[in-house]
Design a protein around this ligand. Structure first.
Ligand SMILES: NC(=O)c1ccc[n+]([C@@H]2O[C@H](COP(=O)([O-])OP(=O)(O)OC[C@H]3O[C@@H](n4cnc5c(N)ncnc54)[C@H](OP(=O)(O)O)[C@@H]3O)[C@@H](O)[C@H]2O)c1
Length: 190
């Protein structure tokens, strides 16, 4: 079996994930939500290894420059246009399957643990519609913000909502006046 592909995303009720190159709720900061993202994407299952984060070019540039690359993770950026990895990124790939093939090179394979897809929309869509073994870590914002970037609805014939998941807080979360819940979906064996 190939690697599990973990997607992590925070969505508005209309499945919006971004606006004008930023998160929809920008400039509101959700530090507990961000810490959850950091913890999930940064913690390897095997000591001494590192997780891999795969993202589109716009998501890479939406990260403040001082926070790039995402620390303690192998950062892979996807672009069809760029010829070299943007400054600070560890790897560039021209499409998603090339990004996964990179992980098969012996040096990276020995070092890389979990794979996390961190956006944006076309990448989430490609992974959600693929036949790989996927897990979706979804933060459901309960308030709607204007969005210009969306992901598809989660297909409940394909994914089941897990009742709980280690390390993922259950129940209603609230900070800065915004309420949200953490959900984890796993693809159903086809
Ligand atoms: N709410 C969340 O959890 C979340 C997470 C991530 C991002 N966001 C938001 O989403 C927005 C950015 O996402 P986006 O969907 O607009 O852009 P994106 O996917 O981050 O970047 C799009 C670019 O990435 C490259 N790319 C994407 N998929 C590719 C593929 N399969 N193969 C090769 N290259 C690929 C292309 O770059 P080239 O044009 O260079 O070829 C494409 O133009 C921002 O507003 C950001 O804040 C939100």
């Amino acid at each position: 079996m190939g690697r599990v592909l973990n997607c992590i995303v925070a969505v508005c009720p209309d499945m919006g994930i971004g606006r004008s190159g930023n998160l929809p709720w920008h400039p509101i900061r959700l530090s507990k939500e961000f810490k959850h993202f950091q913890k999930m994407t940064m913690t390897p299952t095997v000591e001494g290894k590192k997780n891999v984060v795969i993202m589109g070019r716009k998501t890479w540039f939406s990260i403040p420059a001082q926070n790039r690359p995402l620390k303690n993770r192998i950062n892979v950026v996807l672009s069809r246009e760029l010829e070299t990895a943007p400054e600070g990124a560890h790897y560039l790939a021209a499409d998603f399957s090339s990004a996964l093939r990179l992980l098969e090179n012996p040096e990276l394979e020995a070092q890389a643990d979990q794979v996390w897809i961190i956006g944006g929309s076309s990448l989430y869509k490609e992974v959600m519609e693929s036949s790989a073994h996927q897990r979706l870590f979804v933060t459901r914002m309960l308030k709607q913000f204007d969005c210009d970037t969306f992901i598809p609805n989660i297909d409940l014939d394909k994914f089941r909502l897990l009742p709980e998941f280690p390390g993922v807080p259950a129940g209603l979360q609230e900070e800065n006046g915004l309420q949200y819940v953490f959900e984890v979906y796993e693809c159903v064996e086809q």
